[in-house]
Design a protein around this ligand. Structure first.
Ligand code: ADP
Length: 554
């Protein structure tokens, strides 16, 4: 606040500082110019006309000046009405009159001392018009008094008119000073308003910055912001520990010895691929995983970055680092578990299938009663299915998919899929319908496309627990094989729809309803379709049903 005032060196500044004084001091300061000028006049009188000191009017003026000056500080003016202290400048005219009365003939310009009370009253700004009237009247009176007191009685009109320029000059000075004062006061008010606005916004900025600090220190995420030149402008303590873990001392992750690694936890990440370097290239990204540190203390961080722009120009970037070590470890453990269990299952299963094949291929088996033969065939079919499921689990764990394409009648695959799904559909009251071509030839992996149909059909039936209608459509469209499975089941919310192709994802709704499943069907379906160079899409409405659509180049 004071710094702002100190900077103001113009007239308003003087007024600001003057106004800070107490009323008595202000009166003394206002009286000082007259006092000093009178002292100078006395010195001149002593040199020019010492005899004047003996006159009554001169002595009266000096005593009055001393009394008025003392009154400035001695009287408790604050207790009286605001204009009470004006008696001092008004009586100052009498001081000037006393000096002028006797000294006018020997010392020039004594009447101009009246400018000080005129200035005082006008500058106070209290009652400008009254100040002009008083200034004009008192100056006229002090000039006319000697004329009335002179020997010879009443002065002539010419004598009275002769000194009248001076009161007019005083009036002019008074008006100019009042105007300046009004202007200064207005400026002062504007300054005060601006200052209080500045104060308010400063306070708001401080409050926000404290809030931001508190938020940054509360969140369990490392946050840092860099400017366009790469200098760190903000970093919370969480991020400082991440930096320490990476062996970084400066703000940015520069330097070839930084302990920042790729997904294998071993290969140092090239500098250009480090998150903050990418952020400096104005990239915005989400959930980029990096490993930081070494040994037991190594942590996985998911990094998000957003470029900050000012008027369209890159001004820096904000980076957030979340510790996802536990999650990444859990995912790795789950995949390891899935893959080792699948391996373990495959060996006995292959053996079961081998023996079933042997039995079914044996000539003597043909003589078995029909119900035993059919039981063996069911066992073989289910063993094959189980083997396929195990293969799926392995595929998901390893992320590879091998296709064996052949010229296939997809219409036949649809018929088989519908037939094998019918018992389940009938059991829960789902009506199965087909809007299919009789023949549809395409170069695809028949087992895999059959698996796609099985998955989509089984989902459509499974997720229509209250019955309904499931329709399969198959056709050729612009050289693409199109398969659609529509149901009138439970559907999915928009949030769930974003996750359906995520491994092991199952909606809360189906988990609550205890509908069996592991959350791999759609992931595998998608990888089969994509391995064929096709794509899978769907639309769904919560409570109204879903339609899955597969498009594969024929
Ligand atoms: P699973 O069926 O074994 O749970 P999926 O990968 O086939 O696994 O499906 C993942 C999740 O997507 C399901 O758990 C279910 O919540 C939802 N979902 C899939 N298909 C449908 C459908 N037709 N209607 C409603 N929800 C579905």
């Amino acid at each position: 606040m004071s710094s702002l005032k100190d900077r103001v060196t113009t007239l308003p500044g003087i007024k600001l500082q003057f106004n800070e004084l107490s009323l008595r001091r202000r009166l003394l300061v206002s009286q000082l110019p007259l006092l000093i000028s009178v002292v100078v006049a006395l010195v001149i009188t002593a040199v020019v006309s010492p005899a004047v000191f003996d006159s009554h009017s001169y002595r009266f003026a000096l005593v009055l000046l001393a009394v008025l000056t003392a009154a400035c500080v001695a009287v408790p003016w604050e207790r009286y009405s605001p204009l009470a202290y004006w008696c001092i400048p008004v009586l100052d005219f009498a001081v000037v009159g006393g000096l002028y009365y006797e000294g006018r003939n020997s010392i020039t310009g004594l009447s101009f001392l009246a400018v000080f009370p005129v200035f005082w009253m006008a500058w106070s700004g209290a009652a400008p018009r009254l100040a002009w009237i008083l200034g004009y009247t008192c100056t006229t009176l002090l000039l006319w008094t000697p004329l009335f007191m002179q020997a010879g009685g009443v002065p002539t009109l010419t004598e009275l008119a002769a000194p009248l320029v001076i009161p007019f000059v005083m009036l002019g000075i008074g008006i100019v000073i009042s105007t300046m004062e009004a202007d200064t006061t207005a400026q002062q008010k504007r300054l005060a308003a601006t200052e209080s606005e500045l104060q308010a916004s400063l306070q708001e900025t401080r409050r926000r910055s404290q809030l931001l600090d508190a938020v940054l220190e509360t969140v369990d995420v490392g946050v840092m912001a860099v400017d366009a030149a790469g200098r760190t402008i903000l970093m919370n303590s969480r991020q400082r520990s991440n930096h320490a873990l990476a062996g970084l001392t400066n703000g940015m992750d520069t330097g070839s010895d930084a302990l920042i690694y790729g997904l294998d936890q071993l290969t140092p990440l090239p500098e250009a691929q480090r998150p903050s370097q990418r952020a400096m290239r104005e990239e915005s990204f989400s959930d980029v995983i990096v490993w930081v540190g070494t040994g037991d203390r190594q942590r996985a961080l998911a990094v998000c970055a957003r470029a900050v722009r000012e008027n369209g120009t890159f001004a820096g970037s904000v980076l957030a680092y979340s510790d996802v070590t536990e999650m990444v470890n859990a995912l790795n453990a789950r995949e390891d578990f899935v893959s080792s269990v699948s391996h373990e299952l495959r060996t006995p299963l292959t053996s079961i299938m081998g023996y079933l094949d042997l039995v079914l291929d044996d000539e003597e088996t043909a003589d078995l009663p029909a119900h035993l033969l059919s039981a063996l065939q069911v066992a073989q079919r289910n063993a094959e299915r189980l083997l396929l499921l195990v293969a799926d689990l392995l595929t998901t764990a390893s992320g590879t998919m091998h296709l064996q394409r052949s010229e296939t009648d997809v219409a036949e695959l649809v018929r088989v899929a519908l037939e094998s799904a019918r018992p389940r559909a009938t059991a829960i009251g789902v009506d199965l319908g087909c809007d299919c071509e009789d023949e549809l030839h395409a170069l695809v992996d028949p087992a895999r496309i059959g698996q796609v149909l099985d998955n989509l059909l089984s989902n459509a039936i499974k997720y229509s627990p209250d019955g309904g209608k499931v329709t399969v459509r198959s056709r050729m469209e612009d050289g693409n094989l199109v398969l659609e499975v529509e149901d009138t089941g439970i559907g999915m919310s928009e949030a769930d729809q974003r996750e359906v192709f995520t491994k092991f994802f199952r909606t809360g709704q189906v988990k609550k309803a205890a509908i069996p499943g592991v959350g791999l069907g759609l992931v595998i379906t998608k990888s089969i379709v994509e391995a064929h160079g096709g794509r899978i899409s769907f639309s769904s409405t919560l409570g109204a049903g879903s339609t899955f659509r597969v498009e594969v180049p024929a």
